[in-house]
Design a binder for this molecule. Structure first.
Ligand code: ZN
Length: 70
C-alpha cells in the first residue's frame, strides 16, 4: 500500500508524487567560503491544489525510525 499525503490546509489527499517537496537549507558564509548547516531539517511539502506548504515531519514516524521499525 502506498502512502498518501494529506494537506492540512485544504484537505487535498494524493500520492506523494503529486506534491512538491522542498528541503530547507541554511548556508553560512564564513571567511573560507560557504558552508552548509549540518543540522537536519524537516522536509516541506507543497500542496498542488492550494499551494500552501506544510511540514512532513511526523513524530510517530521519527520514533519508529529511531526504534529501527521504520
Ligand atoms: Zn492544500
Amino acid at each position: 500500500m502506498k502512502e498518501a499525503l494529506k494537506c492540512p490546509r485544504c484537505g487535498f489527499t494524493g500520492r506523494p508524487e503529486e506534491f512538491t517537496f522542498m528541503q530547507e537549507a541554511t548556508i553560512y558564509y564564513t571567511g573560507r567560503g560557504l558552508e552548509h548547516e549540518e543540522r537536519e531539517r524537516p522536509i516541506m511539502v507543497i500542496c498542488p491544489r492550494c499551494g500552501e506548504g506544510f511540514y512532513l515531519e511526523s513524530p510517530v514516524k521519527r520514533l519508529l525510525e529511531r526504534l529501527g521499525a521504520g
